[in-house]
Design a protein around this ligand. Sequence first.
Ligand code: NAI
Length: 335
Amino acid sequence: MPTICLIPGDGIGPEVTAAARRVIEAAGVSVNWIELPAGAAAAERFGSPLPAQTLEAIARHRIALKGPTATPIGGGHASVNVQLRKHFDLYAAVRPVRSLRGLVTRYDGVDLVVIRENTEGLYSGIEAEIVPGVMQSLKIASRPACERIARFAFDYARARGRRKVSVFHKANIMKLTDGLFLDCARRMRAAVAPEVEYEELIVDNGFMQLVRDPGRFDVLLMENLYGDLVSDLCAGLVGGLGVVPGANIGRDCAIFEAVHGSAPDIAGKGIANPLAVIMSSVMMLNHIGLTAPAERIKAAYNPAIEEGNPAERTRDIGGTATTAQFVEALIKRIA
Ligand code: NAI
């Protein structure tokens, strides 16, 4: 029986992670769940948004399914996500973005994977007021971190038969940091996957090309902040944040979570789409070798979406189902 840490998180987090837990169990996986606090609610209850017990349990069990955690804007505690990624050195964020058959969006046939460096860049949040009224934010890029994310991306592309890796950068302006990122990508491609097509796009152009013709992209590789931004943009190409899963992978641990946040505007209303976290659970089951139940879950939600019955979709993707109704219908299909 696998032991999996479960972080319900804030806002819609408890609703969508409870849904994923039920779906995993319905697929025949008995899990020893270890429920752990993190986020804004944990900060109030335990005096820390990331209590020591949470860090200890993840270090021991190495696999976690995480709901979104809220981060205060412009002050307050640092992001739990950033802390977790740094603490466990979860250096690769992997976010597959695919069109779902039957879900009408502006584009068909989108099949991308965003691979985001998860530990450095401007996203490190290393900031200071250097003199009164002047703020500074440091962008960090180190050769080992750039090399390992590039290796990860090209290994991933090879292992999955992907045809192309596109790097988004701003090395025309950030010549040293993004320049290093590019240098590592070029070298790693030559060393690891010379047969994989490779291109470099200045990030602003990359975003424009994505909304114009997402089908021309395959694997996207970029530093932390660009990867954060592009993930939500890509979600918008395939139906929104309710349908894009993610994984944060390190050498020793992996934490699986949807791209979306705590959605305070719909929290507690019972209408959140749990599909993104269910898809993240599928990634997690595959990661720990439980491929058969992972397939069972996919074989339930794909036709459910494809058949287009509004009672089997949540409202964000054009249906009428509540979170609970969606999960009940999905579990019936798995059974
Ligand atoms: P958000 O992703 O929470 O919400 C953006 C919009 O998408 C909202 O209208 C929301 O209702 C909708 N949405 C998101 N997930 C949905 C779902 N599963 N079903 C239906 N609709 C969904 O982004 P926002 O508003 O920028 O951030 C809210 C909070 O979440 C902030 O505190 C932020 O720091 C945190 N956050 C946490 C993340 C994480 O823990 N991985 C990732 C992104 C944001």
